[in-house]
Design a protein around this ligand. Structure first.
Ligand SMILES: CC(C)(COP(=O)(O)OP(=O)(O)OC[C@H]1O[C@@H](n2cnc3c(N)ncnc32)[C@H](O)[C@@H]1OP(=O)(O)O)[C@@H](O)C(=O)NCCC(=O)NCCS
Length: 225
């Protein structure tokens, strides 16, 4: 794609998604614009196995924008990174079209996986400020991840996920009922059984003692006779 066409597209994306912009020229000041244009160049170098040069561009971009996109990541059209500071996109992450990320978002790995370690983000997903999406699973299209969430498993399409760990609170715009489970006072069936056995044991001992006592008394009575 020609540079001029790319810049025009970026202007459209940013004007469409950031209500705070006043003129097209401002686009050139956006960290998102700078980071993505440099990523495209670094990615081309990465694909040609010029790994050092690719990383060099990527690391210089971090210093200028606060956005770290690994040159190996695969990114579709229309990505917008609002504000940008602290955004990290890992090497094996795949980002679809028209995705929006806010500051502080990490598309990272858990440190436990090899090969594909980072998430796949489908089209039209929005990931809010500070959210961490960790692992090689997929976030389905049109889904939203709430600010500050830590998402560690697959997200179905058209869902809203919030919290730590992230849970689906809305699907196809319908609230998902919350199952309120007391996470501290969980029922313990084994302990309940032991308690019951202990109580039964006490009752039985009392009964045996009672019978013994009656027996002794009976013997005494018999001797008296
Ligand atoms: C998640 C979000 C996108 C809203 O999505 P939505 O589909 O419209 O969801 P709703 O607002 O209906 O919220 C659904 C439920 O999640 C809760 N919720 C929303 N965002 C949450 C969050 N970040 N953390 C925890 N709970 C959250 C709501 O309170 C609501 O709970 P309830 O069902 O008990 O009332 C939005 O809340 C959010 O996090 N926006 C942040 C955007 C951002 O990063 N802005 C930075 C600009 S600088």
């Amino acid at each position: 794609m020609g540079l001029i066409r790319y810049i025009k597209e970026e202007i459209e994306v940013i004007r469409e998604r950031d209500p705070a912009i006043h003129s097209s020229a401002e686009v050139l000041l956006y960290p998102s614009f700078k980071a993505i244009i440099r990523y495209r160049l670094a990615h081309k170098l990465y694909l040609k196995k010029h790994y050092f040069l690719a990383r060099w561009i990527s690391q210089r971009t971090v210093r200028k924008t606060g956005i770290e996109i690994h040159p190996g990541a695969t990114i579709g059209k229309g990505l917008f990174i609002d504000h940008g500071n602290g955004v990290i996109i890992g090497e094996t992450a795949i980002v679809g079209d028209n995705v929006t990320l806010y500051q502080g978002v990490t598309l990272g790995g858990t440190g436990k996986e090899k090969g594909k370690r980072h998430p796949t983000i489908k089209d039209n997903v929005m990931i809010s400020a500070g959210a961490k999406v960790l692992g090689s699973f997929t976030v389905g299209e049109n889904s939203k991840i709430g600010a500050g969430s830590v998402v560690v498993e697959e997200v179905p399409p058209n869902s809203t996920v919030v919290g730590i760990p992230g849970r689906v609170v809305k699907r196809d715009n319908v609230r998902v009922p919350r199952i309120d489970l007391d996470q501290v006072h969980l029922p313990d069936p084994v302990m309940n059984e032991l308690k019951q056995l202990k109580e039964d044991n006490v009752t039985l001992r009392q009964r045996v003692e009672e019978l013994e006592a009656r027996l002794v008394k009976g013997e005494e009575t018999n001797e008296d006779l």
